[in-house]
Design a protein around this ligand. Structure first.
Ligand code: GRF
Length: 202
């Protein structure tokens, strides 16, 4: 299966996907990396791996819909089987999401449905929760609301600060994202009409 990865920043999840795609048993390859920021370090990671990159800045687009139309055109040239949002910090329009529903994943640094949105690590610490984690989910029009596919849990430690907790969560993200992408590439993941993610044993 051919994957397109959308990024905005460091691209450590992209790196995890690149590393996994290079294993002999990987059922997927990364055909394109698109960033909405020209300064995203993830673009260098893609370059080092010989993966084509495109930068699509939101500047110059009057509306979110116009941006998404340009994004769709970039993707159409590649015709990926799957889109992986990896630290992509733009909200996509319902029209774009609809086009890719069932073929677009995201990784979110919380145990969804808890802590949708931003600054999840600080919010978990603030709440005094004993557990935190990450979720790979199908992308739907509802921000961070799509059906969960795979989650990883980490303990919150007494002397944690947001950065330390984020690092612990990020390590788990790097573990579960490639696994979920493999499942999709192997045809074992379906977004059901009941809005639930189904994992099919083969
Ligand atoms: C991290 O906060 C991660 O939890 C979330 O996006 C941010 C950047 O990730 N998925 P990355 O290093 O750019 O993949």
């Amino acid at each position: 299966a051919r994957l397109a990865v959308l990024i905005s920043g460091s691209g450590s999840n992209l790196q995890a996907l690149i590393d996994d795609s290079q294993r002999a048993d990987a059922p997927f390859e990364i055909g394109l990396v698109i960033s909405n920021r020209a300064d995203a370090a993830g673009l260098e990671r893609a370059g080092r791996a010989g993966i084509p990159t495109q930068t699509l800045s939101h500047r110059g687009f009057e509306t979110r819909a116009a941006y998404d139309t340009a994004l769709a055109e970039l993707l159409a040239a590649q015709a990926p089987d799957l889109i992986a949002l990896a630290g992509f910090m733009r909200i996509l329009t319902p029209g774009f999401v609809e086009q890719w529903q069932g073929r677009m994943l995201n990784i979110h640094p919380s145990l969804l449905p808890n802590y949708r949105g931003l600054h999840t690590h600080a919010r978990v610490l603030e709440a005094g929760d004993p557990w935190h984690g990450a979720t790979v989910h199908f992308v739907t029009a509802e921000l961070d609301g799509g059906p969960a596919i795979l989650q990883a849990r980490v303990p919150v430690l007494a002397d944690d600060d947001p950065a330390r907790l984020a690092a612990r969560v990020l390590a788990e993200e790097h573990r579960i994202y490639p696994l979920a992408v493999r499942w999709f590439a192997e045809g074992r993941l379906v977004l059901g009409s009941d809005h639930r993610a189904w994992f099919d044993e083969q």
